[in-house]
Design a protein. Structure first.
Length: 362
């Protein structure tokens, strides 16, 4: 007996289901790889370009429920997997062989919580099932060793390769791990740019789906060198609501736009003060700044975090909230941010240069 419905009908129904992390339907996102029909079942082969381990069961439940509302007489069988591809925002730069995607976390402004976002993003991506590393590119003020609670120096093998520190499920590297804690780095721009390239290329990274790069504030030589010589896949912009911060953050957005590096989205920090006594949130630094910035640069606000004492304490302790309190609201919010960042990245064109060997004509 032939199925009572067609694959085209199922596909039409799927186009009405908008994935909350992709912000578009699964058909348009090319996540539906196959639709099979029998007399009593619908079988879907779904391949997402980003990891969703923490919500996998809920994701499947929601999609089954959505389809069952239209095809109640059918069993819905969904084969779900994730396949993370390589994406390079600036196509003129060759992808790195062991690192699929490099995500720059930037602000253009100091003191907006950029490093906090970077470390929790990296940890959240790992919790979602990806292999992740973090590179602390803030030479003058490296904070990732403190945020990750790293006390040991990395091993250097054969006087060439630096072994990344493995901690909390990710790989980490920072100049702060190679110099003394109280030692000042008094280098000029060219030296710093060279040091950062060496930190990236001379670190013996194991295969990574994502390398999160915590950029220093500003839009000077360091940022330009990183953006022009390192195959960044995209950038995540961190800001606070007030106009003073937005002026500098706007310059960072303009820099990435000019260099043709995609802005994956915006994170708004200190979006109100969360009172620990009454639970009310007050907008100490104004409202709507991130939304205005998103409209101006044709991107999205992916998440908004209040100014909360507990969040700061957990991050400064060397056990960020994503790890210290994985079931907390903040940990869930960071995992949602990680999925949204990775989902936006998955919608970009795939970069295949790393898969082909060099060709010599003699």
């Amino acid at each position: 007996m032939m199925p009572s419905i067609t694959a085209a009908e199922v596909e039409t129904r799927l186009r009405a289901y908008v994935d909350p992390d992709l912000s578009q339907d699964l058909v348009t996102a090319k996540a539906i790889k196959n639709i099979s029909l029998t007399t009593d079942s619908i079988v879907l082969d779904v391949v997402l370009g980003f990891p969703i381990d923490s919500i996998r069961l809920e994701w499947l439940r929601q999609l089954r429920s959505f389809l069952s509302s239209s095809f109640s007489n059918k069993t819905i069988d969904i084969q779900l997997s994730s396949r993370i591809e390589t994406h390079v925002g600036h196509q003129a730069i060759k992808a790195l062989p062991l690192i699929k995607n490099l995500i720059a976390v930037a602000s253009g402004k100091g003191g907006v919580g950029k490093s906090t976002v970077a470390v929790n993003l990296a940890l959240a991506l790992a919790q979602e099932g990806a292999s992740v590393g973090i590179l602390d590119a803030d030479i003058y003020g490296p904070s990732q060793p403190t945020l990750l609670g790293i006390k040991t120096r990395p091993e250097i093998r054969d006087k060439k390769k630096i072994m990344p520190i493995k901690t909390l499920g990710i790989q980490a590297m920072s100049l702060g791990l190679l110099v003394g804690e109280k030692e000042a780095v008094v280098w000029r721009g060219p030296m710093i740019s060279m040091a950062l390239q060496q930190l990236l290329n001379d670190t013996q990274w194991e295969a990574l789906d994502y390398l999160v790069i915590d950029l220093p504030p500003g839009t000077g030589d360091i940022q330009l060198t990183l953006s022009q010589k390192i195959p960044l896949s995209g950038s995540l912009i961190v800001t606070t609501p007030q106009e003073l911060a937005l002026k500098d953050v706007r310059r960072a957005c303009a820099m990435f736009e000019k260099l043709k590096i995609p802005i994956l989205g915006i994170v708004e920090n200190m979006a109100g003060y969360l009172c620990s006594h009454c639970g009310q949130t007050e907008a100490l630094f104004g409202e709507g700044g991130a939304e205005r910035l998103a409209v101006e640069f044709k991107t999205k606000v992916l998440s908004s975090f209040p100014l909360d004492k507990q969040l700061g304490e957990q991050t400064d302790s060397g056990m960020p909230p994503v790890v210290q309190a994985p079931d907390s609201a903040y940990a869930r919010q960071y995992r949602q941010l990680a999925r949204r960042v990775a989902a936006q990245l998955s919608l970009q064109a795939t970069h295949y240069s790393h898969k082909f060997p060099p060709i010599k004509v003699e």
